[in-house]
Design a binder for this molecule. Structure first.
Ligand code: 5GP
Ligand code: ZN
Length: 117
């Protein structure tokens, strides 16, 4: 955990969030300023500041989680994945995360039971 990192605080349960999935390695929660009916943030539980400072195998795992999200939410007709790397790209939280965005449907309040392959 990195002090004063808001996503580390969410992971530790020290800041509120709407968590839709978590396991020992990853947490997925709703963006608090959603730009689409589905706007999730997929974060490793280990703190990495950005994409370039994250081991490739960790990035691979996060994409597997995104794949499982797409399957579970049945949004194969349209979703976007986005990583902002660096302030000039618009990165504001320096704890790696993938934005999972879709306007195919609304997301309910229920937790998701993901199968990560
Ligand atoms: P970035 O621009 O760094 O890729 O995106 C950070 C995202 O995190 C933004 O979309 C922003 O709305 C979201 N965000 C920032 N702080 C919080 C927070 O405390 N809780 C939640 N749920 N989302 C946050
Ligand atoms: Zn962090």
């Amino acid at each position: 955990m990195k002090n004063n990192c808001i996503f580390c605080q969410i992971i530790e349960g020290q800041a509120p969030s709407e968590i839709v999935f978590e396991n020992e390695r990853v947490i997925v929660f709703k963006d608090h300023l959603p730009r689409s009916p589905i706007h999730l943030l997929v974060c490793p539980k280990t703190h990495y500041s950005d994409f370039l400072n994250t081991p490739p195998e960790e990035v691979t795992y996060l994409f597997k989680v995104c794949h499982a999200l797409a399957d579970k939410l049945k949004v194969e007709s349209g979703f976007r994945l986005m990583i902002n790397n660096g302030a000039l790209a618009g990165q504001i939280v320096f704890h790696l995360h993938i934005h999972f965005i879709s306007r195919v449907k609304e997301l309910g309040a229920e937790k998701l039971d993901l199968v990560i392959k």
